[in-house]
Design a protein around this ligand. Structure first.
Ligand code: DGY
Length: 421
């Protein structure tokens, strides 16, 4: 398909999933506003409707809680086609929200929007958003670092955005699911269950939701007491980069105190990110904060160190060796999991498929670190996947086949913002 035809299709997907002030990831499987989806969606809108792009981020922050937390879902309207809906989360907020968060991409998006047009009108919008973004970033440091690791924990696999990555298998195995009770999944009513997390995964998701709800969504307590506390390499690297982008914006806005604060946050995170380096594996791997154990798994998130600006020439060579080895066993980069491990499953959600959004983050990081050939290879693969197969939620890295939901907002957005170039 010609590039301008794909452009049209991508805009149409965004328009069709646009609900006025927020965009649904996909009309049937995900009928609400999702946190990191909105951050990516705004990048796409910015290529043809900058006002609408700002609005997407503003509506996300209108669901922010007073402690700074920004929920992973805002339930602007109820919809029986999704489980767990607002009544299950029972957050007591208006608008109703979930009680967990998601990878904090929004500040990096705000920088992109600002770079599209730094006129006075947009400066006002940025000035209004800035303290909200800063409050969210501070929340990660205050509510999610009770062990003083210097990096935030996630307390639910959904907070990673990479729901069923095998990185969570061992840490989540200690979650007690004996009192979960009966529930009905809706995702498998829309999609082939072989592409989705398993029943065991879902029992743990629901048990952790019930744990947070029983604590009345007291984030400080959940951060201290949750049976699932993992430092996710994805969230860590994305937050570090988002702090750098917020620092850039603070500087542009002349916010000196915020500049000082964010400089020290970036320095701390950069130093502490080494805790995730697994020298035996030769990669950054998520680590269980309860046991201290590394996942020992190379996932697509392992390569986000470049995006975060965590650079070390000896480590980077080892990471690129993994990338090179992985590229020889798939047709399309970047599989979400190293194909050499037994948990690899080319079609099951975050246990193998390639995702346009992670490709963008990794490609962007490799480009900034000067690894142009790898950055271009990942971009070209993403371009081909979308051109040939469409705006799917994710793709089989072996055949290229589009899987999961179709007409997916973030895939359309990544096409417009990055893959098409
Ligand atoms: C889902 O429901 O599959 C989502 O990924 C949770 O946020």
């Amino acid at each position: 398909m010609a590039r301008d035809e794909v452009d049209l299709m991508a805009r149409q997907v965004l328009r069709q999933n646009d609900r006025g002030t927020y965009t649904v990831p996909n009309g049937s499987v995900y009928p609400f506003q999702w946190n990191w989806d909105s951050a990516f969606v705004a990048m796409g809108f910015a290529t043809f409707d900058l006002d609408r792009a700002w609005c997407e981020i503003e509506s996300l922050f209108s669901g922010q809680w007073s402690d700074g937390f920004v929920p992973h879902i805002i339930f602007w309207k109820d919809d029986a086609g999704y489980f767990p809906g607002p009544a299950v989360w029972s957050s007591g907020r208006s608008p109703p929200t979930s009680g967990i968060t998601q990878p904090p991409v929004a500040a990096s998006t705000a920088r992109i929007l600002w770079e599209h047009d730094a006129s006075k009108m947009h400066e006002m919008r940025l000035r209004r958003l800035f303290p909200k973004m800063l409050a969210w970033h501070r929340w990660f440091a205050s509510a999610r670092d009770s062990q003083h690791i210097g990096l935030p924990v996630i307390v639910h696999p959904w907070e990673s955005g990479r729901d069923n990555s095998p990185e969570w298998d061992i840490p989540a195995s200690s979650v007690d699911v004996s009192r979960v009770g009966a529930y009905e999944r809706r995702d498998t009513g829309h999609l082939d269950e072989r592409m989705r997390p398993t029943r065991v995964d879902y029992d743990r998701y629901v048990a952790l939701l019930q744990f947070g709800r029983a604590l009345n969504w007291d984030h400080e307590r959940i951060g201290r007491e949750s049976p699932f506390r993992v430092v996710d390499v994805g969230v860590t690297m994305i937050l570090l980069r988002a702090n750098r982008d917020l620092l850039f914006l603070a500087d542009k806005l002349g916010l000196d105190d915020a500049v000082t604060e964010l400089r020290s946050t970036v320095d701390r995170m950069e130093r502490c990110a080494s805790w995730l380096w697994d020298d035996e594996i030769g990669a950054y791997c998520s680590r269980d904060a309860v046991t201290g154990r590394s996942s020992q798994l190379v996932t697509s998130a392992s390569f986000l160190s470049f995006y975060a600006g965590v650079l070390d020439s000896a480590r980077d060579v080892r990471l690129l060796n993994h990338l090179s080895r992985i590229s020889r066993s798939v047709k399309f980069l970047l599989p979400s999991l190293d194909p050499a491990v037994p948990e690899f499953d080319a079609r099951r959600y975050w246990r193998g498929p390639a995702w346009a959004v992670i490709n963008y983050l990794v490609g962007n990081g490799l480009q900034s670190a000067g690894h142009y050939d790898w950055a271009e290879r990942i971009r070209a693969d993403t371009r081909r996947l979308i051109e040939v197969h469409g705006m799917y939620e994710y793709f089989c890295p072996l055949s290229g086949l589009g899987i999961g939901g179709d007409d997916f907002s973030w895939t359309a957005s990544i096409w417009l913002h990055w893959a098409r170039q």
